[in-house]
Design a protein around this ligand. Sequence first.
Ligand code: AMP
Length: 249
Amino acid sequence: MKVVAAVKRVVDYNVKVRVKSDQSGVDIGNVKMSMNPFDEIAVEAATRLKEAGTATEVIAVSCGLSSSQETLRTALAIGADRGILVETDAELQPLAVAKLLKAVIDKEQPQLVILGKQAIDDDAGQTGQLLAALLDWPQATFASNIEIDGSIATVTREVDGGLEVISMQLPAIVTTDLRLNEPRYVTLPNIMKAKKKPLETITSSDLGVDPSPRLKTLKVVEPPSRKAGVIVPDVATLVEKLKTEAKVI
Ligand code: AMP
C-alpha cells in the first residue's frame, strides 16, 4: 500500500508574523520557514504505517516554490521514501493545491493520502476535504487514531464533546489532528540519509493544472490590540463595575 503525505512549507509557528504596510499580506521575507506542524504529524503517521508493515512506500508531496524542497527533505528525514515537488510560483489556494494533489494521486495511485487538518498560515482547513471531493473518495478529518485492516481504515476523529470512530473503504483521505502522534525528532544521520533519497520536481503545467487563484485578498490587517486591564481593590467594586460600566449583570 502506497501512502502519500502532503506537506506545506509555512512560516515557523514560533515566528510572530508582521502584516505588510500595504495590507496585501504577511511579510515572509527573512523569516524562518518550517513544515506545517500538522503535516509533520501526517508524515509521522505514514512512516509508522510503513514501520508496522502496513504501508510499502511513503511519498511526500509539496506544492509551491523551489524552497519547498527543504521541507520535503525534512519529510524524507522523518521517514518518507521519496518526495515530489510540484513547483509553481503561483499564489496557491486550497482548491489549486487539491487539484495539483489529485493529478499526482492519479499518477501514483496511493491507497491512503494523509494531509494536515489545516495549514497554520492560511488556516483554511479545506484542502483535504476538497481533494476527497475531487477524487470522490471517503474522508476522515481531524484524526486522532488510524488503523488499517485490509482495505478498511478505522479512524478515530476528534469531535465536539468526544471521539467518533468511523470506518471507510480505501482508497481514502485522512486529515491529522494534534493528538494523532508526536512526530519524532529528526536526527543528523537521518538528515544525511534523506539527502540521498529521490526527490522529483514537476510543474503544474506537466500535470495540466491551472493553479491560478480564485479568491482575491482584499486586505490583511493586524488584530486590534487589547486595552490594558484594571485592577480593582475588592469584589464589591468589581460587581459595581460589571453593573455600571460593562453592563453585563
Ligand atoms: P489548508 O486547507 O490550506 O488549511 O491546508 C490543509 C492541509 O493541506 C495542509 O496541512 C497540507 O497537508 C495540505 N496542503 C495545503 N497546502 C499545501 C501545499 N502547498 N503543498 C502540499 N500540501 C498542502
